[in-house]
Write a protein that binds this ligand. Structure first.
Ligand code: GDP
Ligand code: ZN
Length: 293
């Protein structure tokens, strides 16, 4: 039968197949063949399983992926680590307040989406506390939703985003990702942390898990703010600011970096905050490359 990996703990793969929930292991042979890979499969992978008695199963093979969200492996930065496979969209969550809305963090996430070839939706939570200004994003063509996990405002818009899809919730801790999933699916009972826990290096929940939410599937990603930009370099960064790429066709310079060139068609025409993020992310990428040599 065909199922989907919802969770991985050590060598144990939790596979959902229809109404069944199976604790699975890889067939030994397959495991050896895939030893070169970091993990033989990722959360979100579709797999062929043979059920065995006792709610367990054996994974026979991994089906081809249609998409993936990756980062650099923490221990081996040149190695790709797939965080979630078969993703339809990223939901980029920021809080209107508490913690303060960060355009830089959000823009980094839009780059991550674009570099992984994934669409994204911007989700401003905690609109009960403040009115977020998303005009720059709306002008740049991003789909935006404004929600409050606390009051329930806007949750139907978020439901419509998730229904029938696999989405990954991405954003700094404390913005309300778990609260939103709980609000959409009260049965989940996800632990909700406190904003004050940020920066302590302690994650309230552990690693990625797929959850059935609002007629779709959502992955919560604790610690996502530390995620690296797989595939992104200082020189290709401009391709992942999608609204820049549209204007770049009008640029006089074929290989314009949109930084120092006189008469650049991009600089000055895109939203200032997006342009500032572009320069800052580029600087971070340059420094990281310098450190790695
Ligand atoms: P996560 O780290 O992104 O999963 O954030 P949590 O879901 O753990 O929420 C962090 C804090 O924000 C908790 O104290 C929540 O009660 C609070 N919170 C979440 N959503 C809202 C909201 O819509 N409005 C307000 N005022 N607080 C919220
Ligand atoms: Zn330019």
């Amino acid at each position: 039968m065909i199922g989907r990996i919802h969770k991985i703990s050590g060598n144990s793969y939790e596979v959902r197949a229809g109404d069944l929930l199976l604790r699975c292991r890889f067939r030994g042979r397959l495991k050896r063949e895939r030893l070169h890979a970091l993990k033989p499969a990722a959360v979100g992978d579709d797999v062929e399983v043979t059920p065995v008695p006792g709610g367990e199963g054996v994974i026979e093979r991994v089906l081809p992926r249609r998409s993936k969200l990756s980062r650099h492996d923490v221990m081996r930065p040149s190695v790709e680590q797939v965080i979630v496979a078969n993703v339809d969209a990223l939901v980029l969550v920021q809080a209107a307040r508490d913690p303060e809305f960060s355009t830089l963090a959000l823009d980094r996430c839009t780059v991550m989406a674009a570099a992984n070839g994934l669409p994204c939706v911007i989700c401003a939570n905690k609109v009960d506390l403040a009115v977020p200004d998303l005009s720059a994003y709306e002008r740049a063509g991003f789909r935006c939703v404004r929600v409050s996990a606390r009051t329930g405002e806007g949750l139907d818009d978020l439901r419509a985003v998730i229904r029938g899809r696999t989405v990954v919730m991405v954003g700094p801790s404390g913005v309300g990702k778990s609260s939103l999933l709980n609000a959409l699916e009260p049965g989940l009972g996800l632990k909700v942390g406190e904003v004050s826990r940020r920066g302590e290096g302690r994650h309230v929940t552990s690693w990625v898990e797929l959850l059935p939410v609002a007629g779709g599937v959502a992955a919560d990603t604790p610690g996502m703010e530390l995620f690296t930009l797989w595939n992104v370099t200082a020189s290709n960064l401009k391709e992942f600011f999608l609204e820049f790429a549209e204007l770049a066709a009008e640029c006089r310079f074929r290989n314009c970096s949109h930084t120092v060139e006189e008469g650049c068609a991009v600089r000055g025409r895109v939203a200032e905050s997006r342009y500032r993020s572009y320069l800052e992310i580029m600087e971070t990428l340059r420094r990281a490359r310098g450190e790695r040599g």
